[in-house]
Design a binder for this molecule. Structure first.
Ligand SMILES: [Zn+2]
Length: 285
């Protein structure tokens, strides 16, 4: 991958190919003996190669129902970079940042070639013995695939990095609340091992889930501390929480992540939200 963490895992298990990487022209799909392709979530590094993988292998594609609806809404139109940029401006991003977002969004688009009209999956669906588990948070329609005590986890759980949980336009209103509930569910499921989209396999999923819950509890406190009587945008607050020295991509994640924490704080009664014609603001409770 051109950006961090520089790689993504696709797994082939018992004839099922899980995830397809970015849509790169030299991917060796013809050599992969896949009977079916399952997608954990619609982010470019997981779904981008789905069309090419399906064409080369002849395998049908399975994707979450909610996830595919979002996939079409976001990647199926030409103006997503403009839509997301104007949304960031509404949350306080300066114009220069918005222009970078637009340029970057269009540069990335050729690598996102999802498969049209996949077989849709929901909680309780089964794909060749793999039980479908809805694990919203990192993406609204994120799926995990559980068989015996092995979980193909996509980006729901990563060992070294905290999976990004951001609020984006046209998505569920409280992604961090969703994510914390999915982490609790992971503790209950207690899979013996999780094969993640990035990094090494995770041997103690429940322990990692507890660490991530604690990480977000501390970040919620940091975010709450940045609030007061003064009306501040999510962009301004992200400078406090994540620092001022970030490139455009990292800043985009920081603002979206700040927003998911702010919206959780609003629901917990620890923050207030207001808006006018141009901007959305947050304050203390
Ligand atoms: Zn990923």
């Amino acid at each position: 991958m051109p950006t961090g963490p520089k790689h993504v895992h696709c797994y082939l298990a018992g004839g099922t190919l899980f995830d397809t990487g970015l849509g790169l022209s030299d991917a060796p799909w013809a050599a992969v003996e896949a009977e079916r392709i399952a997608i954990t979530h619609f982010h470019p590094d997981h779904v981008g190669g789905a069309e090419a993988a399906a064409r080369a292998t002849g395998a049908p594609v399975f994707q979450g129902g909610l996830d595919y609806a979002q996939c079409e809404r976001v990647w199926g139109s030409d103006d997503w970079p403009e839509r997301i940029a104007s949304w960031f401006v509404r949350h306080g991003a300066p114009d220069g940042v918005a222009e970078d977002l637009i340029a970057q969004g269009h540069a990335f688009a050729p690598f996102i070639r999802y498969a049209v009209d996949p077989n849709l999956l929901y909680e309780g669906s089964v794909v060749d013995g793999w039980q479908v588990i809805e694990l919203p948070g990192h993406a609204d329609g994120h799926l995990g695939f559980l068989r015996d005590d092995v979980l193909i986890g996509g980006d729901h759980l990563l060992q070294k990095i905290s999976p990004a949980v951001g609020l984006y336009p046209e998505s569920r209103p409280d992604p961090l609340g969703d994510y914390l509930a999915s982490l609790e569910r992971t503790i209950e499921l207690a899979p013996r091992i999780v094969y993640p989209g990035h990094g090494e396999p995770i041997p103690d999923a429940a322990a990692r889930a507890r660490e991530l819950i604690e990480h977000h509890r501390l970040r919620l406190d940091d975010t709450a501390e940045a609030l007061g009587v003064e009306q501040r945008s999510a962009y301004e607050i992200s400078l406090d929480v994540f620092g001022a020295d970030l490139g455009p991509t990292q800043r985009r994640f920081a603002v979206a992540e700040t927003l998911s924490h702010l919206e959780r704080l609003v629901r917990e009664g620890r923050a207030g939200r207001g808006e006018d014609d141009q901007r959305v603001f947050y304050t203390g409770p």
